[in-house]
Write a protein that binds this ligand. Sequence first.
Ligand code: SF4
Length: 611
Amino acid sequence: MNDADLTEEQKNYLHGFVAGSGVLQLLPTFAGTLGLSLHGAGIGSASASGAAAAATLTCPEAIHFQAQDQQTAAGGKLVPEEVAKRKRFPLDQWDDLARHAAEGRFPKGTDVLAFKYQGLFYVAPAQDAYMCRLRFAGGILPSFQLRRVADIAESWGGGYADVTTRSNLQVRQIKAQDAVRVVEALHEAGIVNRGSGADNIRNITGCPTAGIDPQELYDTRPLSQQMHHYILNHREMYGLPRKFNIAFDGGGTISAVEDTNDIGFSAVRVGEGKIDADGKPVAPGVYFRMALGGITGHQDFARDSGLLLTADECVPVAAAVVRVFIAEGDRTDRKKARLKYVLDRWGHAKFIVETERLMPAPLRRLGLEQCEPRLPVDKHGHIGFHPQSPAGFWYVGVTLPVGRMRVDQMRGLADIADRHGSGSIRLTVWQNLLISDIPAERIDAVKAEIETLGLGYSATSVRAGLVACTGAAGCKYAAAHTKQHAMEAAAYLEPRLKLDAAVNIHFTGCHHSCAQHYMGDLGMLGTQVEVGDDLVEGYHVFVGGGYGAEQGVGREVFHGVPATDVPLLFERILRSYLEHRNAPDQTFREFIRRHSSEQLALLFEEPAVTS
Ligand code: SF4
């Protein structure tokens, strides 16, 4: 229903609420339920009187409006996205979505943001279509859901799906008229993707080997699921000042890369004889650390909060952190609206105190140095065959070409998981997937079936560590065709160069850094490059980024390299590393850190390219 569907009396009655009565507390939810757009209602231009009104609201999302009012009362001006979110809470725009689908129309203006609350991204001009992003807690899904996604991609999408850098799936090339069918089909398959885009908490990530990793300290699957369902069942967890990422690392052989998240939980072991900050003894065992403020696109990693949490405390504390962020995140400048900027303004100590106020009891503090260090990760443990827990079973990490799977490959992978494993598919932030629980005697059969699908499992290939954001083929922000260039570089390098060490290569199409170029061994940031009179696609080239124990922001060594020159440049860089490292086990990152940027530029200019 919209305003046009109402009688004048109904409009006056509803708009009368807005004029400022105590009944206003019912307004956002009621209006949303009716599908009303309360044009001129006044709450979008929050004022001092609006602040008083919002303070009386009792609907769950009222905490957002109150935060907006505080900022406008302090002289700030809400960005248009905030005004739109307040006019009508986007979770309540289902009727709008249905109307657009019935009329075969894509959204315009701030409705583009609103429809992302249902996981639907209108990606024009890159494609005149929706991309639909899903949600899988911890990136783990059963084979039947992968088949269902394949059906959806075949019926209403482009016949393929992409694994994202948040262990998630995206279906592209969805027509306007098919949008509702796609969301309905997902929900019927148990895939509830609300809030997978826009200013919401994105897919909860975890170690892809959670529950099967012989090294892990804690199986994080239940925590990812609890967090996932907490979000789905709390309206106030939607419509944050900006997007928000949460990850759970269980200490296993494959990292959750949690330090790149707004909240990164990591399992740690505490030994005998530790005393907390209140002088109380800490029982030995496994706990969680919480790091805050990771945002590698802004060249910052999450930093330890000083807290020692039990597993049961993680989800409630995460919810409290989000609530503090809701209250304090910047609603007047989207560039400064992430959690990092609240932490920069307040410092971690104050932020933790404010978080603690929302908890029923004070939280325990223990220095990070009092905990045992994390066991090393296997940087390319997400590729190839590896023994798992219980003994006698294996998992295989399958390489997907920068995350893309055709529908026949999706069905084939689901069949392999059912026939030889436990039917479990585990997506990774490295844009590939694992199939787990394979008996040792089935390994050869699984290898043959993966090859039949045209996919690989080799951990030594360049493709093992290759990730790329959507790029210009499907994203309006992109300066370059990242996936295409990544695949061209791999195709060039693989017959020429055998890597005996894990090197991660990240192609990202713009400063939003969806593929996290700053944390790649080799990081590529898309740009336009002048070549003669022309502007061509190209990249700024960063080296030496890392996460976890290798944490660090990559250094720029080349500026504005045309995309056509990238494969040869990679060959020079990687050959230089293989030839000049000071020991066979020296990692790429260690090699980079031994040299100044000037030395690296000289080394990489050497004519080490084979013909
Ligand atoms: Fe689009 Fe930029 Fe994200 Fe790539 S990094 S998907 S170009 S927004």
